[in-house]
Design a protein around this ligand. Structure first.
Ligand code: GLA
Length: 392
C-alpha cells in the first residue's frame, strides 16, 4: 500500500476527513555480523533497511487509543485509564509497551487514532517488532513535542519496553540499528558503552541479499532466553578467576587461556561463540575500512559456522540456505542473521549472478526442505522520519 492508500484507509477506519493524520516511518534492520553478542556487552554491525513500518497517527478528542494494522486483522480500542496491561498474543502489545514507557515519564497522553502498515516480512528476524516500537516512540515524541528525548533515549525506552513489557531479554542492537540507521552505512556499536561509529558500507559490484527460510519460529523466544541464561552461567564460571561481569569484557586470547574453568562443554561453546564473534566484528570493520570485501565475506561464513556448531541457533533450514548459497560461484559470504531458529540469512552476492543465485538457492532449498524461500535485495537506509505527503 502506498501512502495515499494508507491515508484513505485511515479515513475509512476513523472518519473526520478534515483532519489529516501525521505519517511516520521507521526501518527494519539486518545484522551483517556480531550475532548474540549484544546482550553480552559485545560488538555488532547492523544496518537499517528500506523495508519498515509506516505509522499514521491523529489526536482524538477523548482519551481512547484506537489501533489498527494492515498486517493483522486484530483491531483494538484501548482505554489507558485502566492502566497498560499486556494482552496475551496480540500485536498491540508493541505500541502499548511504548505508551506505557511515555506514561511512566509523567508525559500526558491524549487519545489517538492509529494505523500501522509494515512491509518487513513478519517473524523473519528483521526486527519488525523494534520497527513498530521505534516508529511509535519517534512519532509520540514528535506529536507530543517532547523535545527532551533524543534518538538514543527512544532506543533505550524501546528496549526497556521489549524486556519488561513484552518479556524478551533481547539486547539493544535492534532498536539501535533502527533508530540510528543511515543510508550506505553500517553501525558499529559497542553494546556495553553504546559508543558507535557509522562505517561506510557501499557494495560496488555486489548486492546484499536477504533470504527468508519461511520456517515458523515456534519456541524462538524461550530458546533465546535460554541462551541469555547460558551466557550468564559462563560468566559465573569465569568470574572467580578473572573479575568479569559480562562476556564482552574478555579479549580473545584472555578467554582462550581461561576457557577450561568452564566445566560444562555446552556452556564453554556458547562463550567461545560470543568471544570469537566479537573478534570477527572487529576484523570485519577493519576489512570494510580496507575495502576488502572478500575478507568480510569470509568472516560472515565463519560467523555462521560458529552459530551452528557452538551457539546452536541455526537448524536445518538456515543451514541449508547458507550451504546452498556458499556453493555458488560469486557468493562472497553468507550467514544466518538475527536470533536464529528460523528467520533469514544474509549474503553478499556478485551483481551479475543475482538472478541465478535466487533461482538456484531457491530450487535447492525447496528440494531439501520442502519450504519456499523468499528473497529480498536489501538497500541500506536511514532511520526514523516523518513523511510529509505533499513532498511525495
Ligand atoms: C534478536 C535480538 C537482538 C540480538 C539478536 C541476536 O534479533 O532481538 O537483540 O540479540 O537476536 O544477535
Amino acid at each position: 500500500m502506498n501512502i495515499h492508500e494508507l491515508e484513505r484507509l485511515f479515513f475509512d477506519l476513523y472518519g473526520n476527513h478534515d483532519q489529516a493524520p501525521r505519517i511516520y516511518f521507521a526501518p527494519g534492520r539486518v545484522n551483517l555480523i556480531g550475532e548474540h553478542t549484544d546482550y553480552n556487552g559485545g560488538f555488532v554491525l547492523p544496518c537499517a533497511l528500506q523495508y519498515g513500518t509506516y505509522f499514521l497517527i491523529r489526536e482524538r478528542p477523548d482519551s481512547l487509543l484506537k489501533l489498527a494494522s494492515t498486517n493483522f486483522k486484530d483491531k483494538a480500542e484501548y482505554d489507558p485509564s485502566k492502566g497498560y496491561i499486556k494482552q496475551e498474543g496480540r500485536w498491540i502489545n508493541y505500541p502499548l509497551g511504548i505508551f506505557k514507557q511515555f506514561a511512566g515519564m509523567n508525559i500526558t497522553i491524549p487519545g489517538f487514532d492509529m494505523l500501522y502498515s509494515g512491509d518487513i516480512p513478519n517473524s523473519a528476524g528483521l526486527s519488525s517488532s523494534a520497527s513498530i516500537e521505534m516508529v511509535t516512540a519517534f512519532a509520540l515524541a514528535s506529536v507530543l513535542n517532547v523535545t527532551s528525548l533524543e534518538m538514543t533515549d527512544l532506543v533505550n525506552l524501546s528496549k526497556r519496553s521489549e524486556n519488561e513489557f513484552i518479556g524478551v531479554n533481547c539486547g539493544i542492537m535492534d532498536m539501535f540499528a533502527v533508530g540510528m540507521g543511515s543510508a550506505d552505512h553500517a553501525i558499529f556499536l559497542n553494546c556495553h558503552t553504546l559508543e558507535y561509529k557509522r562505517i561506510p558500507f557501499i557494495l560496488n559490484g555486489y548486492k546484499l541479499i536477504i533470504a527468508n527460510t519461511n520456517k515458523q519460529r515456534g519456541l524462538a523466544d524461550s530458546k533465546y532466553n535460554e541462551r541469555v541464561k547460558e551466557c550468564k552461567e559462563a560468566v559465573d564460571a569465569i568470574a572467580p578467576h578473572i573479575p568479569v561481569n559480562y562476556l564482552g569484557e574478555l579479549g580473545f586470547m584472555q578467554f582462550f587461556k581461561i576457557q577450561d574453568v568452564i566445566a560444562d562443554d555446552r556452556i564453554r561453546r556458547r562463550a567461545r561463540h560470543v568471544i570469537s564473534e566479537n573478534q570477527r566484528v572487529l576484523n570485519a570493520v577493519t576489512a570494510l575500512y580496507k575495502n576488502d570485501i572478500l575478507q568480510f565475506g569470509a568472516l560472515m561464513n565463519a560467523s555462521h559456522e560458529s552459530l551452528r556448531d557452538n551457539y546452536e541457533v541455526t537448524g536445518i533450514e538456515l543451514d541449508t540456505l547458507v550451504e546452498e548459497s556458499q556453493k555458488i560461484n560469486g557468493v562472497i559470504g553468507s550467514r544466518m542473521t538475527g536470533a536464529g531458529f528460523g528467520g533469514c540469512t544474509v549474503s553478499i552476492v556478485k551483481d551479475d549472478i543475482v538472478d541465478k543465485f535466487i533461482r538456484e538457492v531457491g530450487d535447492n532449498y525447496k528440494q531439501k526442505t520442502g519450504l519456499t524461500a523468499s528473497f529480498y535485495i536489501a538497500e541500506v537506509s536511514d532511520g526514523p522520519k516523518e513523511i510529509i505527503p505533499e513532498t511525495l
